[in-house]
Design a protein around this ligand. Structure first.
Ligand SMILES: Cc1cc2nc3c(=O)[nH]c(=O)nc-3n(C[C@H](O)[C@H](O)[C@H](O)COP(=O)(O)O)c2cc1C
Length: 200
């Protein structure tokens, strides 16, 4: 059975993390479900060459080539009838990259205003992997408490803070060093970024 993953991009700075992650997942024979919040679309259009069109088209132009068996399906974040809204839909993990403080607050409070919040809420109740890449600086006590609550409920808090011990040369190197950690957590082998102690 093909593995299924969900990637959501929200309106925090750093949609490039979500795009790189989606591309890295599509190198495997997976079914990928992608969602973008309205703010996520606006911020991505401001920060990247994404033009607010289809995520699949943008991925095809920028992230390929992909595994022949990989599929990508864009889901409307207002569509509560989508399969990923239900706990009965089986998948292997959801990542929110980047995760805004607003989306973090919704998840840590159990408020499911849109499908991104709902799918994350389902991960927590069904004990499926939920990885959040929260982005804000500095962090208020509210942000910190929301991260603690989400972590206590089972989410992995994986801040998009790249390591510099690999001597990154480009922005892509920095982004991929974070995406590599996400892929490790999803149990997918990757060579995006050198591992510490790996001479090869
Ligand atoms: C250019 C830009 C950058 C932003 N960066 C951040 C950020 O890094 N972190 C954050 O929590 N919100 C950030 N915001 C604000 C969010 O987009 C806003 O709170 C939005 O309501 C989040 O909604 P969402 O979680 O549904 O995407 C930014 C907004 C803009 C316009």
């Amino acid at each position: 059975m093909k593995k299924k993953f969900i990637v959501a991009i929200t309106g925090a700075s750093g949609s490039i993390y979500g795009f790189h992650l989606a591309a890295a997942l599509m190198k495997f024979p997976v079914d990928l479900f992608v969602m973008m919040s309205e703010s996520g679309r606006q911020v991505a259009a401001h920060e990247t060459d994404f033009n607010s069109g289809s995520i699949a088209d943008y991925m095809g132009k920028t992230g390929g080539p992909f595994d022949e068996q990989a599929s990508i399906k864009e889901v409307d974040p207002s569509d509560f009838f989508a399969p990923i809204a239900s706990g009965s839909f089986q998948h292997q993990g959801m990542v929110i990259a980047p995760c805004s403080m607003s989306t973090l607050a919704a998840i840590s409070s159990g408020i499911t205003d849109n499908l991104i919040h709902r799918a994350a809420d389902v991960c927590l109740k069904e004990k499926r992997p939920l990885i959040l890449l929260p982005r804000e600086t500095p962090l208020s006590l509210i942000h910190l408490k929301n991260m603690t609550r989400a972590a206590e409920a089972g989410a992995v808090i994986l801040p998009p803070s790249p390591g510099f011990y690999t001597r990154p040369k480009t922005i892509d190197d920095l982004v991929d060093s974070v995406v590599a950690r996400v892929m490790d957590h999803l149990g997918l082998d990757q060579t995006l970024s050198p591992r510490w102690g790996d001479e090869s």
